[in-house]
Every structure is written in C-alpha cells, then in structure tokens.
Design a protein around this ligand. Sequence first.
Ligand SMILES: [Zn+2]
Length: 397
Amino acid sequence: MVEKASVKDVRRRNRALILRHVWLNSPTSRGEVGLATGLSAATVTNVMNELIAEGAVRAGGFHESDGGRRRAIVGVADDAGLVIGADVGETKIGVKVFDLALRPLAEREYPFKGRRIEVAEARAAITAQVVAMLAELNTSSSRVLGLGLGVPGIVQDQIVHAEVVGWHAADFSGFGEQVGVPVYIDNGAKSTTQAEAWFGAARGVSHGVMVLIGEGAGAGVITDGRLYRGHSSSAGEWGHTKISLDGPHCRCGRTGCVEAFVRASTVLDQWCGPDQTWLGRETEGVDAVLRAWRDGDPAAKRAIDNLVNHLGVALSNLVNLYNPQKIIVGGWFGERIAAELLPDIQAAVRSYALDQPGDEVVLVRSQLVPVAAVLGAATLPISQLIEYGEGAERLNA
Ligand SMILES: [Zn+2]
C-alpha cells in the first residue's frame, strides 16, 4: 500500500514539475524541460505524451537551436479552455476571462468606491459579470477550468475572515454552483504574489516577499519558489503585525499595526491634518502630496519621511524573518511611492535590518500593476491543474 502511494506521488510530482515548466516557459522543448526539471528523457517523454493526450499541452512545429539542431516545440494548449480571475479590491471588483496562456479575452469591473461591499453583493456581482462575459465571448461555462477569486483577509476553505472590510467568517460555500464554474479562493496578496512570481518582478526568485500597499497592507512570502502559507494559510498578514504600542488606529480595531502607519490615508492625514478629507479621492491626494514633497513643502516632507521610516522598519522585520533576495513593492499606493522613493525606502530598510540580510536584499517595483491582482486570481485554477490535474476533464470540452 505504502509503495503504491509513493509511486503515485512521484508520478504526480513529475507531472507537476513538467507541466509547471511548460506553463511558465511556453513555447519550450522536451530537451529544455528535461534540463530544467532534472528528469530523464524517458520520463519527460512519457509524461509529455500523457499531457498532450489530456489536452493541456500541445506539440507542434520546430525551432532551430544552437548548432542547427531542430527541436520539437511543446507549449500550453492556449485555446483548450478558459480561466477566470476575479479580485475583490479596496474600491472595485475586477473580473477577467483569459485563455490558458493567460491572455485576457474580456474584462469587467464592478465599482463600490467609498463604501463596504457585503459578501452576497460580491457573489452576485461576480456571477453577473461572468455570465455577461461568457455571452459576449459566445462561449459556455463548460469551457471554463475554474474561477480564481482573490479576497482580502484570511481564507480557510470557503470561509473568509477579513475583519478590516467587515467580513467576519464570510461564507463562499456554494459559490461554484452559483457562478456555474469551479471556484478557487485565496488571499488577494498571495494570488497577486503568484502573478508576480510567474510573470513579473519575482520570476525566478526562490526567496522573496511581495508587499501590497494601498488603504491596507498585505504581503506574500515566497520560500523555495513557493508561496508560504503557514498552518492555516494566514501567513503573510504583515499589515497587522505591530511596530508600535500606540500610533494610529487600525481598521482591525487595534493600534500599532504596520497598515495603520503606511497606508495612503495616514500619509494624507499627516500632510493635511484630519480636517481635509481625501475620501474617495485618495489617488489624487497621493499625487498631490508627492508633488508637494518634490516642491519642498515641509508638511509633505514630514509625512513622507515618516512613511519611509515606518516602511523601513516594517520591511526590515520581513528581511530579518525571511531573508529575501528581493522585495517587490506593489499595490496602487505602493506603486506610486516606489516610483519616487524606492532608493530612500531601501536605505531605510538597510539601516533597520541586520547587516547581512539587509545588504543582500534588493527592493524593486511590481511589473504587473495594475493587472496583477486579477491575473493572480486567474493563476489559481491553473495551479490546481498543474499540481493535482484538477479540471483536466474540462479541457477541450
Ligand atoms: Zn491592524
């Protein structure tokens, strides 16, 4: 019994290794797959034949390699099915339909700026967008491998705990039946990190951290090339780690959280005082404070210095804990501040972190803003196909 299970495990692992390489490097060749995975030519051939029969991989064409050898190309069967990504952000839900190579085919947004959204409304909105887009593409839900859903907070199976947006054990069970396709849910920072790891600034990074900063702050941790989840998938809740015993009030109801120091509205409050509200106009406000900072406005300088310092402390804790090669800074506010302040933030991180990991780490900007979140959500069903063969029966349906 034990031996049987282990043979099965090895087969699944080999299949996943090969399929992941094809997905992230398509088009490629059997030889390249063998080199990259370290598997024997015979194993690569056997598994590749299975994947071609299953419909996930397509063989076809040749390209010339060095020395004029012709190598048969294998690649993702991009039109063998569809995947959908949906992300519940701070002000809108984005939904996109992709082919299997993750090229977008249709997209919709559902805005809810300046208010909270209830779970039932989010479920209904996503369902309506999916139905409309599939009709627009003149295709059926049977062709969809799955819908990946990125949400704020901690995801345990179909239950989402996101106190900062008022979701206390929000229930997504039955959502697959409601929307008519298999649904896979993950924390939005984690799925965004996966997008950056597959296609963006974290590609090829074995040990990295992605931080997303907006009105909230989240992180995804990559260790040994994989997302780190912890015991019940809450790892990476960096935004609510404490860097002070006091400080601004956080949306989680506590004080001293990273998020409360580094979010956009804190910087705007410190610049303008609490009397001027930027509610609903945060991006405009951030552009204004950065402009004022460039012009030498003392209040803007204080607010930005404060941000850089607290971000330096908060990121240096990640550096000491995880020893990342790279920290990728993203999110709508993170992207804006990184465009101007990345060298200052990096200097602050170095000054607060231990010397050795601090000197090694490099801060970079996200390469996928603003598409990372929805793209990341769409990687969820593809990950399931790669790791477990889930959804394979829907290929070429
Ligand atoms: Zn908090």
